[in-house]
Design a protein around this ligand. Structure first.
Ligand SMILES: [Cu+2]
Length: 230
């Protein structure tokens, strides 16, 4: 045993009752120096005890011997103490994020022709599609661009609609209906008071079901949780 190690053993063995922590069969030596383990033994100070006791302490415990009668700290007590110490030293919980503050969002939506009758010269197959019995009979394909909007609960949406071609459209949301004349720019305001997923669509029947989209209104709690923490 090195001099340093011997010195450590000597100091740890000196306290009354500390021999239990150092006993080879006790397994408590690893915890002997921890604050948690010391906390389970109030008064177990480092008062002097002759070094001559050490061989006796390190000797195998006799079956039914006197060492069994010596009060010993429970290993479970030491472990629980160590865990308690770790829990007490863990950092405090992060402060709660501030509540979401609704914002004003400027959103621009353009109505775009995708497959319309005016394209039959450019795309000859459309002649068959728009003919009676064709897959687009009585319809034309337009789109709102963008057709998916995501906002926060309580946000105010300042909507600007561009309709560059000569057909009329209409933008319909719950509690909102906006007429979009041909070759016009139209403004509207909408307050997203209710969280959820809401479909919007064109009010012209021949443009359905193609011309539609979704407005996603995220709950204020979700918006607060996704906001930067600084
Ligand atoms: Cu339309």
């Amino acid at each position: 045993m090195s001099g340093l190690r011997q010195g450590i053993w000597s100091r740890l063995a000196e306290g009354p009752g500390n021999e239990a922590l150092l006993a080879p069969d006790g397994g408590g030596a690893g915890l002997a120096g921890s604050a948690a383990c010391r906390a389970t033994r109030p008064g177990a100070g480092l008062t002097l005890k002759p070094m001559a006791k050490l061989p006796e302490l390190m000797a195998p415990r006799r079956r039914g011997g006197t060492r069994a009668a010596t009060p010993r700290p429970s290993h479970l007590t030491c472990i629980l103490g160590a865990l308690l110490s770790l829990a007490c030293s863990s950092p405090a919980q992060a402060p709660a994020r501030p509540a979401y503050r609704p914002v004003v969002r400027e959103l621009t939506i353009t109505t775009v022709p995708l497959l319309v009758k005016e394209m039959r010269t450019l795309l000859p197959f459309l002649g068959a599609d728009f003919a009676p019995g064709g897959v687009l009979a009585g319809k034309e394909v337009y789109a709102f661009v963008p057709n998916h909007l995501t906002v926060g609960e309580g946000d105010t949406l300042r909507l600007t609609f561009y309709n560059p071609e000569d057909d009329r459209h209409g933008f319909v949301l719950p509690a909102l209906a906006v007429n979009l004349p041909g070759q016009s720019v139209t403004h509207a305001t909408y307050v997203a008071t209710t969280p959820g997923i809401f479909s919007f669509f064109c009010s012209v029947p021949s443009h359905l079901p193609m011309m539609q989209g979704q407005l996603v209104v995220l709950p204020a709690e979700v918006m607060a949780a996704s906001a930067p923490s600084h």
